[in-house]
Every structure is written in C-alpha cells, then in structure tokens.
Design a binder for this molecule. Structure first.
Ligand SMILES: *Cc1c(COP(=O)(O)O)cnc(C)c1O
Length: 409
C-alpha cells in the first residue's frame, strides 16, 4: 500500500461542504430528526433478539470472513454497538478517513493495531521516541510478541525490514511535544503503514491522514472526551485496515462501552471550541514561562495546541506540591488544567536511560491547559514556581535563578 491521503468511503463521506466545526456537531447524528429525537439514543444492549438463527449464522460467517460492519442489529455487544458506531463515524469524518474503530482505551487501540499486523507475520515495528510511556513499554517489552527498532525520523527508511508491520510516531509527542514532519516520515515508510498518534493535536489542529498516515490513533480519554470522565481509544483508518481491527476487537474484547461512546460523541461536539480556547491560553502561558528565569526551557509546538512542557531551574516536585488551582494529576485534555512530572508518572515505566535519550529529563513538567482564566492559571503557576526555587534553606532559589541567567538551558 502506498502512503496516500485516505480516500473517503461512503460510511464517513458525509457532507463534503461542511467545515470541521459543523462536522463536530452534526457528524454521526444525521438520522436523528428522522428518528424523531434530538439527543443521540444510548443503546446499552449486550444482546439482540432474532427469531431467524439461519440469517444470524450467515451474518456471523460474513463478519468472520471479512470484518465488515454487520448490517442490521449487532447480534452481540462485542461485535458492534449503534451508539459507539456514531462516535466512530463522527471521528472518521473529522480525521478525513474512510472509517474508524473504537476501543476501550488508547492502549487497547494500539494493542489491536499491533496484533492486526503481527497476525500477518509482520512482527517488527519501527518507532520514534518519545512515545507515551505505556506505548513505549508495550513496544519495548515485547508483550505482544512484537519486536521494535527505535530510531529517529531520519533513520526510518534504513530501519525497515521485510517483516516490518508498522512505523509508529507521535506528533506532537508525549511528553516533550517534539514534532515530526509527517509528510517526510510517510514518504520514508514506503509501503509500510504509518501509524500517527494524534492524541495531542486532535483533528482540529492536524489531520495526519492528509499527510500520508494510514492509521491515526487517539487516546479518546484525552481531548476527544475532554472532561476527564471517560476512557476510550479510537483508530481512524481506511476500511481495509478497519476490517482487521474489528476482527481483533471481537476476538480480544477491548470494546468501548456504549456509554463511553455516547460521552465521546458528545465531547466531539465541543472539541473545536475547547481546543482553540485552551490553545490560546497555552500560547500565552508558554510565552510567560519562556521569559521566566525560574524556567530553563519551554517546549511549545509550532502547531500550537493546549499542551506545554517546561523544565524548571529548581525542584520540579516542589511545583507539583505547590499548585492550588491546577490539579497535579496524570492525563490531559480535560476542561481543567492538569500538571504532572513525566519522569515520576506518565513515563515512569520507561527505563531511565531510554527516557533521557527520548528527551524526558528529570526537570521536565507537562502542563495540560484547560479552560480556566489565563491570569488565574498564571498566578497559580507563578506561586508554584516560587516554591520550586525557594530551597530548603531559603537561598537555593537564588542559586537556581543565577544559573539560568548564566545561560543554563
Ligand atoms: C494517554 C495516551 C495514550 C494511552 O491512552 P489510554 O486511553 O490511557 O489507554 C496513548 N497515546 C498518547 C499520546 C496518550 O497521551
């Protein structure tokens, strides 16, 4: 398969004239008026009645053979769900791919992608650090019987083998916000599918399929849900790969709960406004941090976005301990602002050397900017940074600040 911009299949073709903000509110909901309802129906069924078991047998055979979405009722909740299917349709429309397949979490989604390729004998993966800590761990640990070659974007072409199943990148990456040139990477992949984790950018800021990524993965737990109350994952891709994913999902059971599908579809409606509002605040905070002597480096993507990473001159743990408005917690993409120390939490599971070589230093903090007032957030950060350089004897701060002014980076 050549890395090309994904064609639109009928399932997600939708309305070619609609802008993303309109799709966010309407995609996956086109039939509601005809159904006589305004809110999306939530179908919690685990099973579906049928008096025609011959017909059911045929439908199951067809699914086993092709992985195509079942026509009609799903038979059983592990095959499909109408509410979740609406979320899949809407996300595919936003990413500009033919279709999408939802999972119980981002890690379940990545697992299904790896298993789908490994099942074809393509057990070798090529990946670029940094990746989200658990993604790094899943690949490095070989838990699924896969093998990984870590490289930088320039080394991808040389790392490919006949049994390479996927090339995996995140951009902007978790937690350093390092960016890769997706178009150049897709070119380097040749016929090997490129999987781009688009969790940080969301389709509001970046549509990797347009740059040649065949597989676009999200931890829907983050921006797509957007309120910190639902775990989910989703893969936007072409119908051919989706069929393999649906078969893996059915066999391994990593399905998204229908209520989660409902909440994720609701989250999509406000995704464009949430991302643009939070990004404006993040850009302002990134600029203030860059001017602050208590901060030695700020990482903010050229692409923009609502994530900011920065390195402290003083003790990063003191910042975590001193925030009052901002919540010190892992995860990201919620309406409220979160901060965490990747070396202690999100990337703890990555070996220390690999962590550091991926740019995840011990003084790095990752901030997920929410929808609060920017000045309120700055006051909280300012106070926490003051605590980070105060030092136990009260003069450590002077040393740290002096080091920064002397050119520490
Ligand atoms: C959180 C995250 C994941 C994993 O998703 P879960 O929903 O927690 O399983 C994968 N990739 C990125 C970039 C993430 O931030």
């Amino acid at each position: 398969m050549k890395p090309t911009a994904s064609p639109s299949a009928p399932a997600a073709a939708g309305h070619p004239g609609w802008a993303p903000a309109t799709e966010a509110v309407h995609a996956g909901r086109e039939d509601l008026a005809a159904l006589g309802v305004h809110a999306v129906p939530l179908d919690l069924s685990t099973t579906y009645p049928s008096y025609d078991s011959r017909a059911e047998a045929e439908r199951l055979d067809a699914f086993a053979a092709t992985g195509a979405r079942l026509q009609g009722p799903p038979v059983y909740g592990r095959l499909d769900n109408p509410t979740t299917a609406r979320f899949e349709t809407a996300l595919a429309r936003l990413e500009g791919t033919g279709t999408a397949v939802a999972f119980a979490s981002g890690m379940a989604a990545l697992t299904a992608c790896l298993l789908a390729r490994a099942a074809e004998g393509l057990r070798h993966m090529v990946a670029v650090r940094p990746l989200y800590g658990s993604s790094d761990h899943l690949l490095s640990g070989g838990l699924l019987g896969t093998e990984v070659t870590w490289t930088d974007p320039a080394g991808i072409a040389a790392a490919l083998r006949p049994d390479t199943g996927l090339v995996i990148v995140e951009t902007p990456a978790n937690p350093t916000l390092a960016e890769v040139d997706l178009r150049a990477v897709a070119y380097a992949c040749g016929s090997v599918p490129l999987l781009a984790d688009n969790t940080f950018a969301t389709p509001v800021l970046q549509r990797p399929a347009e740059s040649g990524a065949r597989i676009v993965l999200h931890s829907a737990t983050k921006y797509l849900g957007g309120h910190g109350d639902v775990l989910g994952g989703v893969v936007a891709c072409d119908e051919e790969f989706a069929r393999r994913l649906r078969q893996v999902r059915f066999a391994t059971g990593g399905v998204l709960h229908p209520l989660a599908g409902y909440l994720l579809l609701r989250g999509l409606a406000t995704l464009p406004v949430r991302v643009s509002a939070a990004s404006a605040t993040a850009a302002l905070l990134a600029a203030r941090l860059a001017d602050d002597p208590r901060v030695t480096a700020v990482h903010y993507p050229r692409l923009g976005g609502a994530m900011v990473a920065f390195e402290t001159a003083g003790d990063p743990h003191a910042v975590i301990g001193a925030v009052r408005l901002i919540t010190p917690a892992v995860s990201l993409g919620s309406v409220d602002t979160l901060i965490q120390h990747p070396a202690s939490i999100s990337h703890r599971i990555v070996a220390a050397d690999d962590r550091r070589s991926g740019g995840v230093g011990d003084r790095l903090l990752r901030l997920s900017v929410g929808l609060e007032d920017a000045e309120d957030l700055w006051r909280d950060l300012d106070g926490a940074l003051a605590a980070s350089v105060a030092g136990p004897a009260g003069h450590g701060g002077t040393d740290a600040a002096a080091r920064v002014r002397a050119g520490g980076s």
